[in-house]
Write a protein of this length. Structure first.
Lengths: 394, 312
């Protein structure tokens, strides 16, 4: 029987890590992810996990130690937010380029400056091209479930890439929700033993990791990495299917909500999708035909599937909880519009809303305003403004 | 067991020849000697900070390292190796490791004194069972001889050039050996590849087989940066040691200081400086004060060490 619990997003993440029982966790405190290593170190102190907890002196060293540990031959995990992720930047690329299936909980928080401890997606969105698989989570349940699936995806022989499981700082990380946990033995069986083919601690077959790789081979290695990211899509779906068989909870590349009869669609990540579902339910009752698409897998970007899902709409509003400061829209907007163009889908009108930066409260009225604007675009077939902000004093 | 040069050199070579380090460079000699101190049956996981030695010994698809080797980035070999050591500990605990593995990190002075200092300090403080070996050539040689905090005062480097107004580096060298000794870790040593390598070998053996963290600061002369003829490597290393510019000593638990080599005749530091092109300008007329200053500083640091060792 599944276990019914009430946990915060951070605690749910830590519980998933406990059930996974990785070889090494190396982490450094940063709000709002701090609780993850805090909870986890209590599991270590109480002897309920085998893990070596390495209380490093920075996030740079956290990722460096994860790379050393994973290359040595064990599962390595960490958790971080915002500036911590930024400090890891250099190593994010080394982890993925060295094809090390490290798993990280990214508790999304606004990047400095100015310093701000609250939620937006500027941290993980900045790392979107670092070669990490990125999976976003609306609720504590999703953050937990995604974490249980992460190793299966990362370690698949056709993938071998690190995975970042993202959730909204404070909004889900610190809010307690009802959650259904999977039993320890089922998690153990699902995640499986880690048996890397090549690892540093193998005396019989010593290896070297992280070479100087110049003009003759670097490009081929990058090409292989690109292929691995393409392969990840299929593997994510397979693992998600298997997870559904175990738990009954279905996960895909993205979630469609009330899109069946909708004329327009709002695309939104993480916890704001929850607010949007509430708004859309009400608007649907009023006869307004609006639905939601909530991307779960952002890297690899599911070009074909998301374009297929979006092609039928008259208008689409894409919400970005980060600003790319490029005068050309946020990352989700850029990726979706680029995908649509590449697939020859020119029908829907597309607008972008930047919202909620630095933890600015995202109210139902804000989402409703976005819905009304995209409904207006559909009705008038005119886009007055492509790049928009919501919930900010102008 | 007492050091036996003939026996030591018979041990299997763990750093294969054919790498691309310069002739007359001290660094690969340091690496070979340190690895020679391993028991032949022990496997090693070796980390390398970005630098001359890493890029010259591990150029895809070749490696000179017969043990397992990992290069991560410039500033994080301390943390990287501490992660590998943590992995070993957990596998040992789970009964999945059948043999003993030793953990050794190599970094140059740039990757150790400067950009990697935090990572080194963290690894030492956390108590990982590893040895960090700094091969100190006194500048960023890999990127083209830029000054580091290990560069001696007045040295001519490409970012502290001996110009018309500013005569080379203006600051004294950081004493990293003391910085690490003050972490109160089980074993810290300062050594150099000299003579029959006894000092270096014995310290490496102690560092590797003392449980817990150990640090070795090893002088590794650089013919390009120091500007000497490549065959002079061994001679120049000896001048550094005999002038007490680079004393050989060890510190046990941060408290017990042992000077392991007492020069019979402490030679003037000018003899060491004279052998190097990077100090050419200090011998120009009117620059005598520079040599005097350097001598004074070397004497003062040596006296301080004698006091710490109870030999003053």
């Amino acid at each position: 029987m599944a276990i019914r619990e009430r946990l915060s997003g951070n605690e749910a993440t830590a519980v998933a890590m406990k059930q996974i029982n990785p070889g090494v966790v190396a982490a450094f405190p940063i709000t709002p992810s701090t609780e993850v290593p805090q909870y986890f170190s209590s599991f270590v102190a109480d002897g309920v996990v085998d893990t070596e907890f390495v209380a490093v002196e920075s996030e740079h060293s956290a990722m460096s130690a994860c790379i050393g540990a994973q290359a040595a031959g064990v599962r390595a995990m960490t958790a971080t937010s915002a500036n911590g992720l930024a400090l890891m930047w250099e190593l994010l690329y080394i982890a993925s380029g060295s094809r090390l299936p490290i798993v990280m909980a990214c508790i999304n928080r606004a990047l400095s400056g100015p310093i701000n401890i609250h939620n937006d997606h500027s941290d993980s969105m900045g790392a979107r091209d670092s070669g990490w698989i990125q999976i976003y989570s609306e609720t504590n349940q999703e953050a937990y479930d995604n974490m249980l699936m992460a190793h299966r995806i990362a370690e698949h022989k056709d993938v071998l890439l690190p995975v970042m499981v993202c959730q909204d700082g404070f909004i889900t990380s610190h809010a307690i929700e009802n959650i259904e946990l999977v039993e320890d033995d089922k998690v153990k069986a699902f995640v499986g033993e880690y048996n890397p083919e090549f690892y540093l601690l193998n005396k019989e077959n010593p290896i070297a990791v992280g070479p100087l790789d110049l003009q003759a081979h670097y490009f081929e290695h990058q090409r292989q990495q690109a292929e691995a990211m393409k392969n990840a899509k299929k593997v994510i779906l397979e693992v998600s299917d298997e997870f559904e068989k175990m738990t009954g909870r279905k996960y895909g590349l993205f979630e469609e909500y009330n899109t069946k009869d909708a004329d327009v669609c709002v695309v939104v990540l993480n916890s704001t999708a929850g607010t949007a579902k509430y708004v859309v339910d009400q608007l649907n009752e009023q006869g307004k035909k609006v639905g939601i698409i909530k991307p779960r897998v952002y890297r690899p970007f599911p070009v074909d599937e998301i374009v297929d899902a979006l092609a039928k709409f008259k208008a689409i509003a894409i919400m970005d909880k980060t600003d790319s400061f490029n005068a050309a829209g946020g990352p989700l907007f850029s990726d979706i519009t680029s995908a649509m163009y590449a697939k020859g889908v020119f029908g829907p009108k597309v607008i972008n809303f930047t919202y909620g930066l630095g933890g600015r409260d995202v109210k139902a009225e804000d989402v409703e305003a976005v819905c009304n604007e995209v409904l207006k675009v559909a009705e008038t077939e005119k886009v007055e403004s492509v790049y928009n902000y919501i919930g900010v004093r102008e | 067991m007492a050091y036996n040069f003939k026996e030591a050199v018979k041990k299997p070579e763990r750093l294969a020849g054919g790498h691309r380090m310069c002739a007359g460079c001290g660094a690969p000699i340091v690496a070979r000697q340190v690895l020679r101190a391993l028991k032949p049956e022990d496997h090693a996981v070796i980390g390398g900070a970005t630098g001359c030695m890493e890029v010259s010994t591990f150029l895809y698809p070749y490696t000179s390292w017969k043990d397992s080797f990992i290069h991560n980035a410039f500033e994080n070999v301390g943390a990287t190796v501490s992660g590998a050591e943590a992995a070993y500990k957990v596998l040992k605990k789970q009964g999945k490791m059948e043999y003993d593995t030793k953990f050794i990190a190599f970094g140059g002075d740039g990757g150790t004194y400067d950009i990697g200092l935090q990572s080194l300090s963290g690894a030492m403080e956390r108590g990982h069972d590893m040895v960090y070996v700094c091969y100190d050539n006194g500048a960023y040689m890999n990127t083209g001889i830029q000054r580091s905090s290990g560069t001696p005062k007045y040295a001519d480097t490409t970012t502290s050039p001996a110009g018309k107004v500013v005569p080379g580096k203006q600051q004294w060298r950081k004493d990293l050996t003391e910085v690490v000794a003050n972490h109160f870790i089980p074993y810290v040593a300062q050594t150099a590849p000299m003579g029959n390598m006894k000092d270096l070998y014995e310290k490496a053996e102690k560092a590797i087989y003392t449980p817990g963290p150990a640090f070795m600061n090893v002088l590794a002369a650089c013919p390009r940066g120091w500007r000497y003829d490549t065959p002079d490597l061994m001679e120049i290393t000896k001048l550094a040691v005999d002038s007490c510019y680079w004393p050989l000593y060890e510190v046990i638990n941060g408290r017990e200081y042992n000077i392991t080599y007492m020069p019979k005749n402490k030679i003037p530091v000018a003899d060491f400086l004279k052998a190097q092109g990077r100090f050419k300008h200090v011998f120009k007329k009117g620059n005598e004060y520079m040599i005097e200053e350097i001598q004074k500083e070397v004497d003062s640091r040596w006296e301080n060490l004698l006091k710490l060792a109870g030999q003053a």
